[in-house]
Ligand binder design. Sequence first.
Ligand SMILES: [Zn+2]
Length: 263
Amino acid sequence: MPEGHSIHRLARRHQRDLAGERVTASSPQGRFADGAALLSGRTLDGTDAWGKHLFHRYDDLWLHVHLGLYGKFRDGAGPPPDPVGALRLRLVTDERWLDLRGPIACEVLSPDQRDSLLSRLGPDPLRRGADPAAAIARIGRSRRPVGALLMDQQVLAGVGNVYRAELLFRHRVSPFLAGRDLDSATWEAMWEDLVVLMRAGARSGRIITTEPDDRERPAGRPRRSDAHYVYRRAGLACRRCGTPVEIAAMEARNLFWCPVCQA
Ligand SMILES: [Zn+2]
């Protein structure tokens, strides 16, 4: 599933390509026909992202998209290609087109409905001025493992499976530690780190969490195989201590960790 940094990248891309333009909206597949009719003929005022939720503002209406596991945008210049497959939404401007397939959410919201959705989301490290206090309050009250809390979008918005595993490794925190046993200094360091890592991800489109000294090839652009400490490295030697990286399911997703560094 795309993590928050990819959704922020999409919001920026749509802002750059489509903001200020009048759109013709359609739902070739039909499932979003009513919503598309509401948007068609309006001008896209701007875009926004909060965690894994993407928004387009059209005057007093918001288009809300959550890609889920299988959703995908495609876009291009000039006239759009013939619609193929389950095309939920197509936006066309004078210059460009944007297609959306397979999202778990694609809906039109009023400002109140959007506020109500946002009120159920935790702070997003990629949003300017995001306040980590709400997240630490929730974590500090919880007996649930930190590895589960980090993935809970009501606690923290935008973190997915890769950032979860990598952040815990970087701070030597066991994914199984109960939230209330995580001290606040560690949490503050984790939040600041997350802001830096996710901003870099939003700039480059890649999740790179390793420090150069921990890579097989320390110089130059990090290779794919050097990008992570533990994510998808089950059975491989930990970059810091050599112990095989472990894997288990947590919150229905594979969790990776080093049993020594994150004891
Ligand atoms: Zn280790």
